[in-house]
Design a protein around this ligand. Structure first.
Ligand SMILES: CSC[C@@H](O)[C@@H](O)C(=O)COP(=O)(O)O
Ligand SMILES: [Zn+2]
Length: 211
């Protein structure tokens, strides 16, 4: 029998966790038309990630595959998410990161369009800023980068890398595309994702009300 370079039992556990959580995100309408992708760190060299193009609301174990941190399939010949590099760059750079979530909600997409010219969106004075790991107060500003969209993943990953050099962050937007958020485990990454969604929604609503 082939010996796999990762723990197959752990993969099954993480795949189950991805399937359950992503089904909930899909039912919230955050993964329209097969968009979005999701991953968990397996170990120091491998991640479990969604196969490209699958309906994220109906994932099964067959829709989760293993890649190395260069984005190459390991132990399978499936096609990993088109945006695999945006996941693996985080696992490679931050050993503490265990989960990366990418969604395409309407709120995220509209906000990305509105704030792309500024290059960031600022959250200031929200109690929910404390949902982000390390934040202990609503005081102070939190800038979430908004990158241009491109199909050139190494280019996009380069912009993300530069932003990570400049400031601690738990997520970013891509113009006309969606949101990336991450955390040490699934629960933390989801908390961050939900906090981003809520705060972006508040900013959009305030903009409308103020007009
Ligand atoms: C279906 S359009 C969205 C895709 O182009 C992409 O942005 C996305 O989020 C999903 O791509 P995938 O390759 O399935 O991981
Ligand atoms: Zn996407």
């Amino acid at each position: 029998m082939e010996t796999l370079p990762y723990d197959a039992q752990q993969l099954r556990h993480l795949a189950g966790e991805i399937i359950t959580n992503v089904r909930e995100l899909a039912h919230a309408g955050w993964t329209p038309a097969t968009s979005s992708n999701f991953s968990r760190r397996l170990d120091d060299h491998h991640a479990a990630i969604t196969v490209s193009g699958r309906d994220k609301g109906r994932l099964t174990e067959a829709d989760i595959m293993v890649v190395d941190f260069d984005g190459n399939p390991v132990g399978n010949d499936k096609r990993p998410s088109a945006e695999t590099l945006l996941h693996t760059q985080l696992y490679r750079r931050f050993p503490e990161i265990g989960c990366v979530l990418h969604t395409h909600s309407r709120t995220q997409t509209v906000a990305s369009r509105l704030y792309a010219p500024a290059g960031h969106i600022r959250f200031e004075g929200y109690e929910l800023q404390k949902a982000f790991q390390g934040n202990t107060t609503h005081e102070g500003a939190m800038d979430v980068p908004v990158f241009p969209n491109t199909q050139d993943m190494p280019e996009l990953a380069g912009w993300v890398e530069a932003a990570l050099d400049a400031q601690p962050m738990w997520g970013y937007l891509i113009d006309g595309h969606g949101l990336y958020a991450w955390g040490r485990d699934m629960a933390e990454a989801r908390r961050h994702l939900e906090a981003f969604e809520f705060l972006l929604g508040c900013e959009l609503e305030l903009r409308t009300l103020k007009q």
